[in-house]
Design a protein around this ligand. Structure first.
Ligand SMILES: C[S@@+](CC[C@H](N)C(=O)[O-])C[C@H]1O[C@@H](n2cnc3c(N)ncnc32)[C@H](O)[C@@H]1O
Length: 287
């Protein structure tokens, strides 16, 4: 069996993925190759030649990715901050943009000892687990409505506990329920949320439309159906001085801050952009 240059396999994979409309064909091709070889992506140049079986395995994954199955479903994981979570069918894949929410939230509680942190709409629990990892002194709660997503969250939580992190508390709950976590009312230091926020008529790529759960992405005709309940939770659960951060659609740079401003207890309302300059998340303080 003749060993073959990995570099050529990656170039071919990139060509196939680009033709299929994949947004980042080179990165995806390299991550698939790294996954098959069991090495970090940055170490690929150290692997000049590979067996034909490796080329086959890369080709199979590339063909599935070309069908627009999310890369993270093929790899089985996604990362947020320093934490890696398992993902697949039935749970939203954490996105790089959410790093900004994590970063802002960590800054907001940096001087708070033993902070009480709530992550609403927790999905895979990536954000909750990233906070628990960075702040071992924190009590972190995650809330999720969907039982399939919650099963992923519980598995990820178990994995992080085995890795040495403090356990988080996961709740099956609906942010629209006015009795949700009422025992935490007026006690929370930081409430974060990456809710479903896409208006239903919005066109989305196949990775999202066919693989992320519908109710993880879409939220009514204006995308505000879940957000308005999250804002009510923030007004109720945060203590005076507590911090709130929530992602939103780039079409909601005015509507979401305006929604927060209707709550007299939420002050210092500020909208933030992502690295591409798109309006991405809103923050506020409880006064
Ligand atoms: C955009 S995903 C975010 C998941 C996770 N926070 C992340 O960033 O990867 C939104 C999540 O909210 C959940 N969700 C939708 N409506 C909800 C509701 N009314 N109450 C609680 N969770 C809800 C969905 O099931 C989904 O897991």
């Amino acid at each position: 069996m003749t060993r073959q240059p990995l570099r050529l396999a990656i170039i071919e994979a990139e060509r196939i993925l680009a033709a299929a409309g994949v947004a980042s064909p080179r990165v995806d091709a390299e991550l698939i190759a790294a996954h098959v070889l069991g090495v970090e992506r940055g170490k690929l140049p150290l692997v000049p030649l590979v067996d034909p079986q490796v080329i086959d395995a890369i080709g199979q994954l590339v063909n599935r990715r070309a069908k627009r199955i999310p890369l993270q479903h093929l790899l089985g994981w996604a990362s947020l901050g320093a934490v890696t979570v398992e993902v697949g069918a039935g749970v939203f894949v954490p996105r790089p943009e959410t790093e900004l929410l994590l970063e802002w939230g960590l800054g907001a509680v940096k001087d708070v000892e033993n902070p009480l942190i709530v992550d609403l709409c927790t999905g895979s629990a990536a954000l909750a687990l990233a906070f628990a990892h960075e702040r071992p002194d924190a009590a972190v709660h995650g809330v999720e409505l969907d039982v399939n997503a919650l099963a992923w969250a519980r598995r990820n939580s178990d994995i992080r506990v085995e890795a040495g992190d403090r356990p988080i508390v996961l709740h099956k709950g609906d942010v629209a329920d006015p009795t949700l976590l009422t025992d935490l009312d007026g006690r929370v230091d930081l409430l974060v949320c990456n809710p479903p926020y896409v208006p239903v008529a919005t066109a989305v790529p196949p990775e999202v439309g066919e693989h992320d759960p519908f109710h993880a992405v879409f939220a009514g005709s204006d995308g505000l159906q879940v957000i308005k309940h999250v804002v009510a939770c923030a007004a109720r659960m945060l203590h005076v001085g507590g911090a709130f951060a929530m992602e939103h659609d780039d079409s909601q740079a005015e509507s979401v801050p305006a929604l927060l401003s209707t709550r007299r207890v939420l002050t210092d309302v500020e909208d933030h952009q992502d690295l591409a300059g798109r309006p991405r998340f809103v923050t506020a303080r409880h006064s």
